[in-house]
Design a protein around this ligand. Structure first.
Ligand SMILES: Cc1cc2nc3c(=O)[nH]c(=O)nc-3n(C[C@H](O)[C@H](O)[C@H](O)COP(=O)(O)OP(=O)(O)OC[C@H]3O[C@@H](n4cnc5c(N)ncnc54)[C@H](O)[C@@H]3O)c2cc1C
Length: 380
């Protein structure tokens, strides 16, 4: 029989150690040093965080994601001393290409976007000789986007959380959650029990499942599978190519190394929370779409994977208090969980501790308030 002394009493419990849980833990541990970060898997970052394409693009996602991305930029470009041994970013322009049928959409994007400018497709072809001359009738470029070293960012936040007193507990899947005596009591599948007045749900695709465990209404989170593969770029050295995609975002390619090109069909297939695996059909579609734009013979796929991008019903993030005391959401990171992470963690910690998040983040608060769904707003 379990005794009370078996319960680990903490200041805060964070469920899920992907990028969302890691940044939440790092920021929250400043005021809640006895923090435990529970992760179901053998390693942190096994699911979406370890499978991303690692890009920061300002002109991407809904307004809250753009604002959080903008607010994350200075951290990513100049992290605090000791956060990472190597730089977290590497400059990489992003090019949007428009065949005739997408010209009007691209014009809308340029008009609405920030720092997105028209560029002659011939200029892109000079940098990317594989681009077929007849593919794009128009192109736009975001010049100061960048690659993110996701592993370094994730590890940096985990290290920061530990340095501030937090503990990462692997192979500890939250299995039962209840509010008793002014605290959240979490029992894991491994039999450990943790209790804290504050609980952060950063369980990614499993966010609704964790809310249900706590007896709370789900938000309607929808995990969507996305596929990626690595191919050899044939006769080309692609290291300095920009990221290329079409205006409708039906495919993209991003260099991984001189002779490695990441290709994705930008798929969004609804799925249950799971260890996502690539489907052969999506791999074939990725190659076919890429080959319409780029003259690259694909003889072999070096590596393929899939990951889940989990969205709320309105595709904005869900950061903030839930319907029960001491329960906070840090979910719905969608396709922008890496590039928004520094500011998202800062915002979560401010909201959980009742601090003013500052003017830059204050305007995001209503957009990401998880209670918008309970009020019937936001769904579309
Ligand atoms: C192919 C692809 C490309 C992408 N490209 C980009 C990009 O260029 N830029 C960008 O910003 N984003 C990108 N993303 C999105 C980004 O990867 C996600 O938004 C982000 O990783 C989500 O992080 P997370 O921490 O919410 O989820 P996860 O990393 O999935 O973490 C959630 C964790 O919670 C754990 N968990 C679940 N239930 C429990 C439980 N009951 N108890 C304990 N632990 C639990 C899981 O094991 C998991 O480790 C991409 C995603 C994919 C798949």
């Amino acid at each position: 029989m379990r005794r009370m002394s078996d319960t680990h009493r903490c200041d805060a419990i964070v469920v899920g150690a992907g990028i969302a849980g890691a940044t939440a833990a790092a920021h929250l541990a400043e005021t809640h040093p006895r923090l435990v970060l529970l992760e179901a898997e053998d390693s942190a970052g096994y699911h979406s965080t370890g499978r991303s394409a690692a890009l920061w693009i300002l002109n991407y996602g809904p307004p809250d994601a753009r604002a959080l991305s903008a607010a994350s930029r200075s951290f990513l470009e100049s992290p605090p001393a000791g956060f990472s041994a190597a730089p977290l970013t590497r400059r990489r322009a992003v090019v949007f290409l428009a065949p005739e049928s997408q010209r009007a959409h691209l014009a809308e994007m340029v008009a609405a976007g920030e720092g997105l400018e028209w560029v002659d497709p011939a200029e892109i072809r000079a940098a990317v000789p594989a681009l077929r001359p007849d593919y794009a009738v128009a192109a736009a470029i975001e010049r100061d986007a960048f690659d993110i070293d996701v592993a370094a960012l994730h590890q940096g936040f985990l290290r920061q959380a530990r340095a501030r007193g937090g503990t990462l507990a692997l192979r500890q899947r939250a299995a039962r959650i209840a509010r008793t005596g002014g605290a959240w009591r979490v029992e894991t599948g491994a039999g450990a029990v943790f209790a804290a007045p504050l609980l952060v749900n950063a369980a990614g695709a499993w966010g609704d499942a964790v809310a249900r465990l706590a007896g709370l209404a789900p938000l309607g989170l929808q995990p969507k599978r996305r596929t990626a593969l690595i191919v050899d770029p044939g006769p080309y050295d692609c290291a300095d190519w920009p990221l290329l995609n079409d205006a409708d975002h039906t495919w993209y390619v991003r260099p991984e190394a001189r002779r490695k090109l990441l290709v994705s069909p930008a798929d969004e297939t609804d799925t249950e929370p799971c260890d996502a695996q690539p489907e052969e059909l999506d791999v074939a579609i990725a190659i076919e779409r890429m080959r319409q734009a780029l003259d690259i013979p694909v003889t072999r796929v070096e590596h393929r994977w899939a990951g889940l991008r989990t969205f709320t019903p309105d595709r904005s993030l869900a950061i903030g208090a839930g319907e029960a005391e001491g329960f906070f959401w840090m979910c719905g990171q969608g396709g922008y969980g890496i590039q928004t992470a520094p500011a998202a963690g800062r915002l979560l910690a401010a909201l959980a501790t009742g601090r003013d998040p500052g003017p830059e983040l204050a305007r995001v608060v209503p957009l990401v308030d998880p209670r918008r769904f309970a009020r019937g707003g936001g769904a579309r």
